[in-house]
Design a protein around this ligand. Structure first.
Ligand SMILES: [Cu+2]
Length: 339
């Protein structure tokens, strides 16, 4: 019985370590930090983990000790004198182990947490501003310096401080890139500031961390961190409107796009399409996913998405749209040309 309890404790402890530290490419771990802010947070996490593990080991030790003592007490009852001695020991343990030590641990954690939170909020000069608005269920991303908007992908330069302005025009969302920074709520009518400095180029997964409706689970995004040079080139290229459709089919697609309801909900820079209910499509061909991480962006998924988006993302606020086969073909060709 005693052994089983101990074994259970060890297994539970081990399982918790494994569960909290596991991460895959689509669900990254916050302790695998790749940015300044995430490193601070991971530091606090490790401190908490170490202290909690120490407390766990000590408490488990006492449980084993208590079980043993009761066993031996039953076999050979102690004298009265030994009993009062044990009582005094127990009282001291309650004062130290039950009050003094927890107080010190909580105090240390409080100080470290407050100092870390403070460090994360400190404004940095010449930070690059990027505005992100939480939508249902996708992300509008704007670069005010370049007057360029995109969706569901955030390009950032490595090593440079970034000021992300976060807000929402519907319900509350929460912006979270575990490997780069802590999560921060996106609240209608308020602009919260999240500071990020990514240490190295790479692709980092982000997600909505506040339940926001039926497709909350399909509200993901990608952060693409580039070298400063690559980023500047990307931004300069994005600031230009897309080229005129080159192929016959793409040109027909552009016409169909404006005739069908698409243009009322989507913007394509340099054209008459200027709707804002759906994601900007100016650079749709260069984006990795469709529907905020729901499916890969390839011609097949694109064709299915534009005719019946809710079949891929139930509840999506883009209605199924009736089109002829050739309209679908040409619109896909047009969207594929928007790089
Ligand atoms: Cu959300």
């Amino acid at each position: 019985m005693k052994n089983r309890a101990v074994r259970f404790g060890v297994v539970l402890g081990g399982a918790m370590v494994v569960l909290t530290s596991c991460g895959s490419s689509k669900s990254p771990s916050m302790i695998d930090s790749k940015g300044n802010e995430a490193k601070h947070i991971a530091g606090v996490w490790w401190l908490m983990f170490t202290l909690a593990a120490a407390v766990y080991v000590v408490v488990a030790g006492f449980i084993v000790y208590a079980i043993r003592r009761r066993h031996s007490d039953q076999q050979e009852p102690q004298s009265d004198q030994a009993d009062t001695g044990a009582q005094r020991f127990d009282d001291r343990m309650i004062v130290w182990g039950g009050v003094a030590v927890p107080l010190v641990i909580l105090l240390v954690l409080a100080v470290v947490t407050v100092r870390t939170t403070d460090a994360l909020r400190r404004p940095e000069r010449n930070a690059l501003r990027v505005e992100v608005v939480g939508k249902r269920w996708w992300w509008a991303v704007t670069y005010p310096t370049a007057r360029f908007t995109t969706a569901n992908e955030v390009h950032l330069p490595a090593g440079r401080p970034i000021e992300l302005g976060l807000t929402s025009d519907n319900v509350i969302h929460s912006f979270w890139v575990p490997q780069l920074a802590g999560k921060l709520d996106m609240i209608p009518g308020q602009r919260n500031i999240l500071r990020i400095r990514a240490s190295a180029p790479g692709v980092y997964e982000g997600l909505c961390a506040e339940f926001c409706g039926v497709q909350h689970a399909h509200m993901m995004f990608t952060v693409i961190v580039q070298t400063a040079g690559d980023f500047d080139r990307w931004l300069a290229q994005r600031s230009q409107p897309p080229l005129e459709p080159a192929s016959e089919s793409a040109a027909q697609g552009a016409v169909a796009f404006n005739r069908l309801p698409c243009a009322g909900c989507h913007t394509i820079a340099g054209t008459q399409a200027n709707g804002t209910l759906g994601p900007e499509l100016t650079d749709i061909a260069s984006r990795r996913d469709l529907g905020a991480g729901t499916v890969t962006n390839d011609p097949e998924n694109l064709a299915r998405w534009i005719t019946d988006a809710p079949s891929l993302k139930p509840g999506a606020l883009m209605p199924p749209i009736a089109m002829t086969g050739s309209e679908v073909q040409s619109i896909v060709a047009y969207l594929e040309s928007l790089k």
